[in-house]
Design a protein around this ligand. Structure first.
Ligand code: ATP
Length: 299
């Protein structure tokens, strides 16, 4: 008789690194009928990451469902958080048994910065749950699921050096970018991605990335060729309004950056350095003025 038998509680835990990305190029090439913008961008993963610890608990008396904690008190911990939505979607799609799923996020990637912070957290949750539940979804299947959460999530699942087209979801693996040091610097203001797209729609884009040239430079492992072709059509829109974008770029160049650019819809600006000590000096210098300054490297 089962009556009175104590159910055993089982726990499984996993910590996944959720890495940030930078754009080596970003071009807006058109608009779909549903309003989504068509883009062409070369993306690169960097070592700066959030830690996502996922614990699944089964057999406990009172299952809690999905519970999210974060080290940043101002980040929502409910459906508004992409990591939470990733877990919800995973359980809904796979039918995996949800007892309690605890997600503990330690964020280091600055928020709303053009570094795909939310998307990479969502990708990390999908990877962790797939492993913890043994659901065996392939990377393609995870990417298909991730796309429901955001256009950058499939890229974050794959990582590395990639060409992203369509709304960002059509991915082509590229030869890895030659290793370099990256100084990231986020000025203390927020940018509305929607507003940047609105302005791009209203004006002619005077300078576009030489994407073909960038692909050639990557194929040849030509770091200088990559650094000189960094180009983001969104940069001008924000730099015209906020002089800090140009000031950070000037400071990075003065300290020996081989190339600088604003990432994504900004406002983070980065510099690429072949020389580690120059990168350290630049990060130290910028760090005095901007708290959100990080020295990292390509992965
Ligand atoms: P992208 O480069 O994809 O445009 P981003 O780096 O500019 O992204 P995020 O850091 O993803 O921007 O944050 C954008 C918004 O998403 C913020 O306003 C934030 O409140 C919300 N958000 C939801 N989930 C997260 C998360 N896990 N981490 C950070 N922001 C999140």
């Amino acid at each position: 008789m089962l009556f009175g038998k104590k159910q055993e509680e089982t726990r499984a835990e996993m910590t996944v690194q959720a890495r940030a990305k930078i754009n080596l190029t970003l071009d807006v090439t058109g608009r779909r009928e549903d309003g989504y913008h068509l883009v062409q961008m070369v993306m690169q993963t960097v070592a700066l990451h959030d830690d996502i610890r996922v614990t699944t608990i089964h057999g406990e008396k009172k299952p809690q469902g999905i519970v999210l904690h974060s080290n940043l008190p101002y980040l929502p911990v409910d459906e508004r958080n992409l990591a939470y939505r990733a877990a919800e979607l995973f359980y809904a799609r796979t039918g995996a048994l949800l007892g309690t799923c605890e997600i503990e996020m330690t964020k280091r990637i600055p928020v709303a910065a053009g570094l795909a912070g939310g998307s990479t957290d969502a990708a990390a949750v999908l990877r962790a749950l797939n492993a913890l539940h043994g659901t065996g979804l392939t990377l393609d299947e995870l990417c298909e699921m991730g796309l429901k959460l955001g256009a950058d999530v499939p890229y974050c699942l794959r990582g590395g050096t990639m060409l992203a087209e369509g709304i960002g979801e059509k991915l082509t693996a590229l030869p890895p970018m030659p290793h370099c040091w990256v100084v990231l610097c986020k000025p203390p203001f927020a940018v509305s991605t929607k507003e940047v797209y609105r302005q791009i729609d209203e004006t002619e884009i005077p300078v576009r990335p030489d994407t073909a040239g960038m692909l050639r430079a990557l194929e040849q492992g030509d770091f200088a060729g990559v650094a000189k072709r960094l180009c983001n059509v969104m940069e001008r829109v924000t730099a015209e309004k906020r002089r800090q974008i140009g000031e950070i770029q000037a400071a990075l160049r003065e300290n020996g950056a081989d190339g600088t650019l604003m990432s994504g819809s900004g406002p983070t600006v980065y510099g690429l350095f072949s020389d580690e000590s120059r990168a350290r000096t630049a990060a130290k210098m910028l760090g005095r003025r901007f708290a959100d300054t990080f020295l990292t490297e390509t992965v």
